[in-house]
Design a protein around this ligand. Structure first.
Ligand code: NAD
Length: 495
């Protein structure tokens, strides 16, 4: 633990009452209600946040519609690109503050949040480079007579964004990036457990010159504000990241006006370690593939399959590595892992650890809540279960905490059978020195994103996506931008 004197000063932004951003104005909820933003590392309240519901969402959607149909629709790709590059500069100039706000509000240590600077720069520059996606082409036609045929890609309109708490500084750009690049407008509802960094980014974006109503942020709970956004008849598209259960509600709620949907959901991703792997890389790589962000990562490689001949050595080395991970004070720059987001999440993770033991998995590391100086925060030790099977609850259900389940396998076919025996299909990893195994297994895993001899790296211009119950809709790359557009054919009779 570092001494309090080493701590950076709390930014002024995390005090006072936080409001919605609607039509360029900071406003209280129509109901006047608020809820508390809590620091998960201490359990202490930081500030109050406006609790939005259907009335606030309706005001925001109306503002977004007016903006979509107004001056914004006449902005050229070059104007939007210049705006996005200005946002890029302002956001990066203020990144230390943003990282600190994110750390205080959602509990990821400073070492993680400050490291998002370069990624943020990349994601903003990538989406800025996509402003020409709103375009037209002139495909040749075979019509009798003299016809010119044009194909436009036009912005879909008002986009509702609903994001989770595990990385708002990442999640918000998957909404605002393509919205600004394409000339859409957006209403974003951050998670109730982590709204502050989103609000500060929105403030910086208005300073950069985003016109009123183009981006709006309504804070509040999912069942009220989130549900109202998914149901709203004047929202054209919902981009949702979160759990499968919530996605089902959103699919139902969106049926009224048949909104377009993008759903990025959970996972129970396999990470497969072959006997020929370089264990010096595979052990820390697979470990941090689970434990990063205290396991609160959608792509976490929580099912570690290890070839039987190296299983025991791997487990021993994983246990030793886990013991070296620095868990603690989120403001200490040497801390690697912070707390879980909330007391509710802590209880959920501890419950799964109990279930793992109860079903016969062997606890090889961790397994408990952290006490002492950390007792008031929502900390759980990085935990490793060994001798597990793919049928156990800890191998079937997404825990969203720092819990690794190690399962032995015999050969490639066995590994693939086990890896694919899950309703999810978000991601997967494998560790091998064999080119042939790398290709066979990466093709054989039924998931949207595969890592070979690494885990979790992500380039916005390449992107990632889900399969099966992990959802649909690519994030990043041109596909993401084009999903904020719709095609329109124009037939012109020139005779
Ligand atoms: P969650 O589904 O509970 O909440 C996500 C968001 O949905 C929050 O903003 C919440 O307020 C809102 N919401 C809740 N109920 C709603 C409703 N009825 N209608 C509309 N909105 C509603 O998920 P969570 O627990 O906050 O986040 C963890 C989940 O997110 C995990 O399953 C994780 O795997 C997933 N996740 C996926 C990705 C990805 O890109 N695939 C990334 C991060 C997290």
């Amino acid at each position: 633990m570092s001494t309090p004197a080493a701590h950076p000063a709390f930014p002024a932004f995390v005090s006072g009452a936080k409001k919605h951003l609607i039509d360029g104005q900071w406003v209280d909820s129509v109901s006047g209600r608020t809820f508390d933003a809590v620091n998960p590392a201490t359990g202490k309240t930081l500030c109050s946040v406006a609790e939005g519901d259907a009335a606030d969402v309706d005001l925001a959607v109306r503002a977004a519609r007016r903006a979509f149909e107004g001056e914004w629709s006449r902005w050229t790709p070059h104007q939007r690109r210049k705006l996005m590059l200005k946002i890029h500069d302002i956001v990066l100039d203020n990144f230390d503050e943003l990282a600190l706000i994110e750390t205080l509000d959602m509990g990821a240590p400073l070492s993680r949040t400050t490291n998002l600077r370069e990624w943020t720069s990349q994601v903003l520059q990538f989406f800025a480079s996509q402003c020409d996606a709103v375009s037209a082409s002139a495909p040749r036609n075979s019509l009798p007579g003299d016809f010119l045929t044009l194909k436009h890609l036009a912005p879909v309109g008002v986009v509702g964004g609903i994001i989770p708490w595990n990385g708002p500084l990442i999640g918000l750009w998957w909404i605002f990036g393509p919205a600004l690049a394409t000339g859409c407008t957006a209403v974003l509802k951050p998670a109730e457990d982590a709204s502050l960094s989103v609000l500060r980014v929105a403030e910086l974006m208005t300073e950069a010159g985003v016109p009123d109503g183009v981006i709006n942020v309504v804070t509040g709970y999912g069942k009220d504000a989130g549900q109202a956004l998914a149901e709203h008849g004047d929202v054209d598209r919902i981009a949702f990241t979160g759990s499968v259960g919530t996605a089902r509600s959103i699919v139902r709620a969106s049926a009224g006006n048949l909104k377009r949907l993008q759903l990025e959901l959970g996972g129970k991703s396999p990470d497969i370690v072959f006997a020929d792997a370089d264990l010096d890389k595979a052990v820390p790589g697979a470990a941090m593939g689970v434990f990063t962000n205290s396991g609160q990562v959608c792509v976490a490689g929580t099912r570690i399959f290890v070839q039987r001949s190296v299983h025991d050595e791997f487990v021993e080395r994983l246990r030793d590595f886990t013991g070296t991970i620095r868990v603690g004070d989120t403001l200490d720059p040497t801390t690697q892992l912070g707390p879980l987001i909330s007391e509710r999440q802590l209880e959920r993770v501890l419950r799964y650890i109990d279930i793992g033991g109860g079903e016969g998995a062997r606890l090889a590391a961790g397994g408990g809540r952290l006490a002492g100086d950390l007792a008031s925060g929502f900390y759980v030790e990085p935990t490793v279960f060994a001798g597990a099977s793919n049928e156990m609850t800890i191998a079937r259900e997404e825990i969203f905490g720092p819990v690794a389940t190690v399962i032995p396998f015999d050969d490639v076919d066995d590994a693939l059978r086990l890896a694919n025996d899950t309703p999810y299909g978000l991601a997967g990893g494998l560790w091998t020195r064999s080119l042939s195994t790398a290709h066979k297994v990466s093709q054989g895993i039924n998931a949207g994103t595969i890592w070979v001899n690494c885990y979790g790296v992500l380039d916005p211009s390449v992107g990632f996506g889900g399969h099966k119950m992990s959802g649909y809709g690519w994030k990043g790359a041109r596909e993401h931008v084009e999903s904020f557009l719709y095609p329109k054919a124009v037939y012109i009779n020139l005779d």
